[in-house]
Write a protein that binds this ligand. Structure first.
Ligand code: CP
Ligand code: NVA
Length: 320
């Protein structure tokens, strides 16, 4: 703390980058949500709020995106700044320029970077070599912006977080990892059900179990979707085949049989359960059309909250 300036002590995260929720406390998550709610209220009242006037964000995409790209770009605009979309296919990064050189060069031009990439080691290397903040817009291992938007959505719709049960059904992937970290830290009960062989990274599960104990949350890992969904307040699903795993698609369609969120499975949850999905979704695979298009589904509200949650992160990391 002693090395921080006054301005930095006012910050919620107190770190240069936002790469995972691993080292972010439950208290910091709640403060980010409060900031997001404040920014969202200002926006809906039509009040100008431009703490990022003249700030620039470079957005590097090595994978496709609809929500992340649009919400970061619009978020920067609404905060008074500007975002640049940089496809890795057009960057010299895609032709072999090193991550380290790219990080140093971009640090000369812009005030922050957001990247969507494959291995988490790549974003770590980018952040280690950049003098400016780096934000994780999804890696193979984590999707922390998504998890913040998810908690914001639950808090808005249920008024509270601690004590609620979230059942994540499907692949133990990037979305699952960040959601697990976020939920247990704010005192929620998190149940993850995956087919055998598709469990979350065991190191992350172990850490999440420890975090749950410290924060009064709970973490249940099972291969039985019914056990996870029982009495759940929220049912959450994501695609069975993530970006970069397309060659495994046929095998996964077989292996995930029984893990579709449909009305039968959802009947084990609380009667007023919410259905959430980070999107994009595959109707008829991880979720039935009846559930995702039904009255319990809040997926578009959830997608909308990406904008507000990320504006909180941008303000916390980039504002003077
Ligand atoms: N949920 C999410 O990150 O969506 P995109 O892939 O469209 O950005
Ligand atoms: N798990 C999915 C999330 C997409 C937002 C993927 O990585 O493709």
């Amino acid at each position: 703390m002693s090395a921080l300036t006054k301005k930095e002590t006012d910050r919620i995260l107190g770190t240069k980058d936002f790469l995972t929720l691993t080292d972010v406390s439950g208290e910091q998550i709640l403060s980010l949500l409060a900031l997001a709610e404040f920014i969202k209220r200002k926006h809906s009242c039509g009040e100008e709020y431009a703490p990022l006037k003249n700030k620039t964000l470079a957005m590097i995409f090595e994978k496709s995106s609809t929500r992340t790209r649009v919400s970061f770009e619009i978020g920067m605009l609404q905060l008074g700044g500007h975002a640049l979309f940089l496809s890795s296919q057009d960057l010299q990064l895609g032709r072999g320029e090193t991550i380290s050189d790219s990080a140093h060069v971009l640090s000369e031009y812009v005030d922050g970077m957001m990247i969507r990439t494959f291995g988490h080691d790549k974003i770590q290397e980018l952040a280690d070599n950049a003098s400016i903040p780096v934000i994780n817009g999804l890696t193979d291992s984590f999707h922390p912006c998504q998890a913040l938007a998810d908690l914001l959505t639950i808090k808005e719709l249920r008024g509270t977080l601690p004590g609620l049960k979230v059942a994540y059904i499907g692949d133990g992937n990037n979305v699952a990892h960040s959601l697990m970290e976020a939920c247990v830290k704010v005192g929620m009960k998190m149940a993850v059900a995956t087919p055998k062989g598709y469990e979350p990274d065991p190191l992350i599960s172990r850490r999440v179990s420890e975090m749950a104990e410290q924060a009064g949350g709970q973490f249940i890992l099972t291969n039985d979707p019914l056990e996870a969904v029982e009495e759940a307040d929220i049912i959450y699903s994501d695609v069975w085949t993530s970006m970069g795993q397309e060659h495994e698609n046929q095998q996964r369609l077989q292996d995930f049989i029984g893990f579709q969120v449909n009305e039968k499975l959802a009947s084990y949850a609380k009667q007023d359960y919410l259905f959430m999905h980070c999107l994009p979704a595959h109707r008829g695979e991880e979720v039935s059309a009846a559930v995702i298009d039904g009255e319990h589904s809040v997926v578009f509200h959830q997608a909308g909250n990406r904008l507000h949650a990320q504006k909180a992160i941008l303000v916390d990391l980039l504002a003077d």
